[in-house]
Design a protein around this ligand. Structure first.
Ligand code: HEM
Length: 434
């Protein structure tokens, strides 16, 4: 059924079969939809106001109701122009550093929705502040820092490094997102946005608004950017996997003389399958966020005590040979005939899902529709305009390209590829026109 690990008070259950996830997390959602009221991550960093880390309570339900439609089209076009400009500029013939561009695009989409603002370039001081904050927040979920969570007594040790980092991240949220709220209150920011709506409703305290919206910005940035970074790294090692995508894009798009949009997804089945397979094999998170049960439960002869952490082991499911033939192989064609979107499958029966990277049940990723649209539009547009070159990383001391090592990720809340430390050569495709 699942692996179990005994912690101080709680037991971790790690279901690795789709059936168990369907029966526990989906059908018994009333029991398995909370989160641990974590001292470091929830209480300290987010002042008890982040949606994704919140126990299942009235505050969570209020926070969940907050969502709006984004401006994916315009922002990803701007990202492409930026990438094209950098990769073709004579004064700057350097390879691209894709992570920053992807981060700015995903950050701008969620910033537009939440605050009605966007950053102007990767050198924009606001982008630099937010980018560093997202990275710090991601990395404080590393296994070393999570020790304070697993052994709560550690938080009382003087000079506990995790608590120091947690307080610094919390102070960043207070400052950056507090300033953004002041801009709305003072009238400096007049854009329609979620922040204004929430503020005018008057139901939340200022600090709750700042931390709630910060948690949305955080959840919506690195997840999508990491997913695309992983795929670009994979394509740099295995360039032939991009050819079917180039072929279908070259057939479909020139007829319309425009960039691909999300409405093309049924006509670009390989590109969509490439994204699904990327999520299965190189997802941005392996265990997602834990679920937490506040009451005892019995399942299949097992007793699951109250206050257990229940992780969905999407990584183990993704490599389960009974679920996926030749599961270790990267093969987008396994998904080529899937017509339903990842988002609608995620809301359906567990056995029929393509993968579990967006979690499950009542705590299923709130941004799943947004994420799928962003992943598709960003990847389709990059592959329409660029070809990822073989061994696209820079050369090492021996003059040979440093291979992208897909086996050594940086593990935080999201799993990043080391490519974030490297540059990536993208060759501009001559016929790209928009
Ligand atoms: C490839 C992209 C993404 C992946 C893989 C992903 C994955 C996840 C996972 C695994 C969870 C926890 C689910 C669970 O507890 O069962 C989650 C929660 C969440 N995600 Fe995403 N996510 C992505 C993109 C986004 C985006 C773009 C947003 C935009 C706002 C977003 C917002 C959220 C929020 C607010 C939650 C907390 C939901 C809750 O606790 O009820 N995510 N996501």
């Amino acid at each position: 059924m699942a692996s179990t690990i005994r912690r101080r008070n709680n037991i971790c259950y790690i279901p690795k079969h789709d059936k168990v996830i369907g029966e526990l997390i989906q059908k018994r959602g009333a029991i398995y939809s909370s989160r641990l009221d974590s001292h470091v991550y929830f209480r300290t960093i987010t002042r008890g106001a982040a949606i994704g880390l919140s126990p299942y309570n009235d505050y969570y339900k209020k926070a969940k109701a907050i969502s709006k439609h984004p401006l994916i089209d315009e922002i990803t076009k701007e990202m492409l122009l930026d990438m094209i400009h950098t990769s073709t500029s004579l004064s700057n013939p350097e390879p691209l550093y894709p992570r920053s561009y992807l981060h700015r695009a995903t950050l701008n989409i969620i910033l537009e929705v939440t605050f009605g603002i966007r950053t102007n370039s990767i050198n924009d001081p606001l982008f630099k502040r937010l980018d560093k904050w997202v990275e710090d927040f991601t990395l404080i979920f590393s296994s070393e820092d999570r020790r304070s969570e697993y052994f709560p007594i550690v938080k009382y040790f003087p000079n506990n490094k995790t608590m120091q980092k947690a307080k610094a991240i919390r102070d960043d949220i207070d400052t950056i997102f507090g300033e953004l709220l002041e801009d709305v209150k003072s009238g400096k920011n007049q854009s329609p946005c979620t922040e204004r709506e929430v503020y005018e409703q008057g139901e939340l305290e200022d600090y709750q608004i700042a931390h709630l919206l910060a948690s949305l910005v955080f959840a919506g940035t690195d997840t999508v950017a990491s997913s695309i970074t992983w795929l670009l790294a994979f394509l740099a090692n295995n360039p032939s996997f991009q050819e079917p995508a180039h072929n279908e894009l070259d057939t479909l798009i020139p007829k319309h003389d425009r960039l691909p949009t999300y409405s093309d997804f049924k006509n670009l089945p390989y590109t969509h399958a490439l994204i699904r397979e990327g999520q299965r094999v190189y997802p941005p998170t392996w265990l997602g966020v834990h679920h937490y049960n506040e009451q005892d439960d019995e399942y299949n002869g097992y007793h699951i005590p109250a206050n257990s952490l229940v992780f969905i082991n999407s990584h183990a499911i993704s490599f389960n040979e009974q679920r996926y033939k030749n599961a270790k192989e990267f093969d987008p064609y396994r998904f080529i005939n899937y017509e339903q979107s990842m988002a609608s499958l995620a809301n359906g029966p567990a056995e029929k899902r393509d993968h579990f990277v967006f979690g499950a049940g009542r705590r299923l990723c709130t941004g799943v529709y947004l994420a799928e649209a962003e992943l598709f539009v960003i990847l389709a547009r990059i592959l329409y305009c660029f070809k990822v070159e073989k061994n696209a990383s820079p050369t090492g001391e021996d003059g040979k390209p440093i291979p992208m090592n897909l086996d050594k990720p940086i593990i935080g809340l999201t799993i990043c590829q080391k490519i974030i430390m490297l540059n990536l050569f993208l060759e501009m495709i001559e016929s790209c026109n928009f």
